[in-house]
Design a protein around this ligand. Sequence first.
Ligand SMILES: *[C@@H]1O[C@H](CO)[C@@H](O)[C@H](O)[C@H]1NC(C)=O
Ligand SMILES: *[C@@H]1O[C@H](CO)[C@@H](O)[C@H](O)[C@H]1NC(C)=O
Ligand SMILES: *[C@@H]1O[C@H](CO)[C@@H](O)[C@H](O)[C@H]1NC(C)=O
Ligand SMILES: *[C@@H]1O[C@H](CO)[C@@H](O)[C@H](O)[C@H]1NC(C)=O
Ligand SMILES: *[C@@H]1O[C@H](CO)[C@@H](O)[C@H](O)[C@H]1NC(C)=O
Ligand SMILES: *[C@@H]1O[C@H](CO)[C@@H](O)[C@H](O)[C@H]1NC(C)=O
Length: 515
Amino acid sequence: MGTTVLTFPFSMRGPPAFSLLSLLLLSYEASALKLTIQRPSKPPRTPNGNIRPPKASADVNNNLINKENERYTANITISGRVVNVALDTGSTDLWVMPPEGLPSFNNTKLNATLRYGDGTDFVRGDIGVGKFELGQYTIPFQAFLNVKEAAEAEEPDFRSGIFGLWGLGFNTPGSSEINDAIQKSFGASQNWGQSVLANIFAQNPTGADYIGISLSRTGDQEGTADASLTISEYDSDYEAVQNAPKIPQTPANSGSWTVALDSLSVNGKKITWPSTIRTAPAGKNIVHLDTGTTNIMMPAAQVAAVYSAIPGAVLSRNSYIPQTKFSTTYDVWVVPCNASVNVVASFGGQDFPIHPLDVTDMQVVTSPDGRRNYTVCIGTFTDVGTIVSGASDALFGDSFMRNAYTVFDFGTGGSTKGPAFVQMLSQTDATKSIPDLISVRTKAMANMPPEIAALDLVKIFNGTEASGNTGAPATGGGSSGGSNSGSGSKGAGTTFAPSMSVVGALSLLAMISCI
Ligand SMILES: *[C@@H]1O[C@H](CO)[C@@H](O)[C@H](O)[C@H]1NC(C)=O
Ligand SMILES: *[C@@H]1O[C@H](CO)[C@@H](O)[C@H](O)[C@H]1NC(C)=O
Ligand SMILES: *[C@@H]1O[C@H](CO)[C@@H](O)[C@H](O)[C@H]1NC(C)=O
Ligand SMILES: *[C@@H]1O[C@H](CO)[C@@H](O)[C@H](O)[C@H]1NC(C)=O
Ligand SMILES: *[C@@H]1O[C@H](CO)[C@@H](O)[C@H](O)[C@H]1NC(C)=O
Ligand SMILES: *[C@@H]1O[C@H](CO)[C@@H](O)[C@H](O)[C@H]1NC(C)=O
């Protein structure tokens, strides 16, 4: 059967494929890495370089692990094998590919390909059925994709020990390729192809069907609370969330966690942002809350509206300055590292300040002539391009989600049966986060190469397309949102993370091949 292209939000966990394999061994073993960055001849689709912050921190409640502020993962047990999987509110299916393989499981012999993002990121394999275990939850028969082949875009996660993806999205037709395939072959009454969450919810028919997610932030002295994932209960630290306004899924029955954004403001000024979604409420935008996307991705004009509000910030177009987050272009906003920017997203009439550490990333770059290193901070809000076309105006990934405790209620059970909604509790105090930024960055910069004016830096990297350029920018050190002791210091400079380990993830327009 042919390939159908469906336009519904799905999740992408990585950039479009790019040639990475040849770099892997080198970058993994080497203590320092220099990349030759080639100017793309066509409008670029992938970032030209990337940094993985050196530090990972583990937490706590319910087994949720923060991998470098880039991925939030959990150890699940599937068919007897413990597998670390990324949590993704932007998709529904569960797939695993542990290096040791899985002990026995029942193979349905149905194969499937799950595609993410623009479709170049994919995993392929057979649908298996086995026991799923996580904490107190056990599902005796859970369908999952036993992946045999994965796109190169998955490599950075594999290198981080993440061998799968746990979709926390909707179980509605069209949202789960696994469920759709199973129902087609085995009948619509079969429920073992349902999502993990749907199967867990089914075990308690009278309970409300929701999850609560809190993401932590590393490299932050303000002390963001521990990460947690709870199912049909609230994290005891954030029970007040139940009194927060219910923000309905918008458009209703979109099949994904889309909601209306009242406004996005920068330093008190609302940015202009006409929605491209026909069903968006007047004056609002539709954003997809997606833990599988690392950063905030929105149209270039709105990205520009955010960063151009920061004194001294400069846009470097088609830049050699490496992106730290996934973007659909090479355009990079260079921002003073201690810029005290106050970005606020409003949902349901509530304000959610975004910690300035989530608005820029700090990294070290080497000048094109190879002679100097500079510390540079760049914007983490990137151009979403056409990835979300038709489904939402933007992807609000972890850079936003770290700033709120969020409850996602499917509206399929118990006292909250009805339209799906989210409730959010702000976790960032703008009056504390700005001093926190200055303190974190000042401390980090004390041990790092100098920061120069953004305009001067952009000039240094401008016009360096001369052939035979051997001094391409190297990247290293730095961490998302600034680094404190150790992570962004000199030490980090010598433990370069693989530069091409692009860590974006996004949700989007998925191509589903129906098999
Ligand atoms: C997750 O599993 C890995 C490998 O088994 C283990 O090293 C790690 O401690 C586990 N983490 C948590 C939080 O359970
Ligand atoms: C495979 O299916 C059989 C029959 O339904 C069942 O008894 C067995 O427990 C299954 N094995 C696994 C690993 O799920
Ligand atoms: C699985 O994929 C192979 C190769 O694409 C195809 O030939 C085969 O028919 C597929 N099997 C099923 C059950 O769809
Ligand atoms: C921000 O950084 C610049 C350059 O390093 C420095 O001159 C300035 O004093 C800093 N501002 C604050 C508020 O720390
Ligand atoms: C730039 O930083 C790298 C990594 O720390 C180091 O190997 C290199 O010598 C530095 N270059 C200069 C010019 O300082
Ligand atoms: C960078 O180069 C472009 C054209 O190549 C030019 O338009 C732009 O002004 C330059 N930027 C700076 C900061 O020099």
